[in-house]
Design a protein around this ligand. Structure first.
Ligand code: NIG
Ligand code: FE
Length: 408
């Protein structure tokens, strides 16, 4: 009986591996996959005999490029309703903060999400997810945060888990109960924080519904002191941390996140040098969200030069949500990170592969083309890797391989 050493062999394409260094690009390459894993990659001229005869199929790709599957490491994909009415108000001159202070903003989505059935949340999120997947996304993070009570936070997270079962994508869920103050706790934010720590966090953790914990450290969210309470509780449950920090003002949230070894601090337009240094020390990823920057017509840029200077890894994500970034395109974010934030095209590619994997704590298995990594990759009809950041409103995705399976 023939012994097969791989299931599939992909030939005839160039590779952008996202490993950095000398192995970053391999021209005229091949990849062999067995079960869910990359078992060999290298020059097409040096395929070992063992891998030339796969058990299932050889794909002759005929030019183009393969990159790791894209990773959207910050999304609020599951939500009820939409907020186009607020978009209209903002165009007439009202600010995002003012709308939030009037009880709109996040709280209007909370109302719609509480009223929505699990089935309708699943359907609306599935449509958004499909758009992401068609563009080569193979891993997505999904936050709660539009429930703000145990029942609805759990409903959102279980919808996110179901999406991961129903679609060929790895879903990482994040509990964001500290997103806004729910109406039941008006003027009682400390009591709500205690409720998160004493009730919501332990119950969500018992149900294994969250892979990480996040918060919104902002004058329209929670103070650094309140967030710290949530972080302490999450840490005691061994849950990794993330934080929406320095989006609208500098609250020193990123430094707090770094002091708790958070995986990432996200947004960061108002981040200062002390915050950057703290993030560098803890190897906390800077998740940049060009969609929110654009849609809120923000003018303060995140401190990209400082992030470079201190070698803080930078990721990019959609922040897909109904208020600040109603966007389902990670490819568009690649382009906007370059045009708005002046990332290089290579930085942008690393930001949706290796660094976005790190922002989810998945750097050992996801985000690079490397032997031993999960076989998640995408074949693109492009001439150079940077074409992925260059085009916008275009989708050159030709073939997606998820956990070793070509999705055709
Ligand atoms: O990442 N900044 C806080 N949270 C979301 C927006 C939430 C909303 O407006 O619905 C964000 O931008
Ligand atoms: Fe967000």
């Amino acid at each position: 009986m023939t012994e097969y050493h791989c299931d599939y062999l992909f030939t005839g394409s160039h590779l952008f591996t996202a490993q950095g260094g000398e192995e970053q690009i391999i021209l005229n390459a091949a990849i062999a996959v067995k079960d869910q894993t990359i078992v060999w990659l290298g020059k097409q001229t040096s395929i070992p005999e063992d891998y030339k005869n796969p058990s299932k199929a050889v794909y002759e790709l005929d030019s183009g490029w393969i990159t790791p599957g894209l990773i959207d490491c910050h999304s609020h994909l599951v939500y009820g309703g939409n907020r186009s009415n607020e978009f209209r108000k903002r165009l007439e001159g009202e600010s995002y903060e003012a709308i939030a202070h009037q009880g709109g903003g996040i709280l209007s989505t909370v109302k719609a999400t509480r009223e929505a059935s699990e089935g309708s949340l699943l359907l609306s999120a599935a449509r958004r997810l499909e758009t992401l997947l068609n563009e080569g996304v193979t891993t997505v993070e999904i936050k709660s945060g539009y429930g703000l009570n145990l029942e609805t936070e759990m409903k959102m997270l279980s919808v996110a888990r179901q999406l991961g079962k129903n679609f060929p994508v790895d879903v990482r869920t994040t509990l964001l109960a500290a997103h806004a103050l729910p109406p039941e706790y008006k003027d009682n934010s400390d009591v709500y924080i205690d409720h998160i720590c004493d009730v919501i966090l332990p119950a969500v953790n018992d149900a294994n519904l969250a892979d990480a914990v996040d918060g919104f450290c902002e004058n329209i969210g929670f103070t650094a002191k309140q967030i710290e309470k949530v972080f302490k509780k999450a840490k005691s449950l061994n849950l990794p941390l993330k934080l929406h920090a320095e989006q609208l003002s500098n609250q020193n949230g990123a430094a707090l996140a770094a002091s708790y070894q958070a995986l990432s601090a996200d947004h960061l337009e108002y981040l200062d040098e002390a915050g950057v240094k703290a993030m560098a020390k803890s190897n906390t990823v800077a998740v940049l969200l060009p969609g929110a920057f654009y849609f809120l017509q923000e003018t303060k840029l995140p401190p990209i030069d400082l992030l470079r200077k201190y070698k803080v890894p930078m990721a990019i994500a959609t922040d897909c949500n109904p208020g600040s970034s109603p966007c389902n395109s990670l490819l568009l974010m690649l382009n906007m990170a370059c045009t708005q934030f002046k990332l290089t095209t290579e930085e942008a590619l690393m930001a949706v592969t290796k660094h976005s994997a790190q922002a989810l704590g998945l750097q050992d298995t996801h985000g690079q083309l490397k032997v031993g990594m999960q076989a998640d990759f995408v074949h693109w009809s492009i001439d150079e890797p940077e074409d992925l950041a260059y085009y916008f409103g275009d989708n050159p995705c030709r073939l997606v391989i998820k956990k070793g399976q070509p999705l055709i």
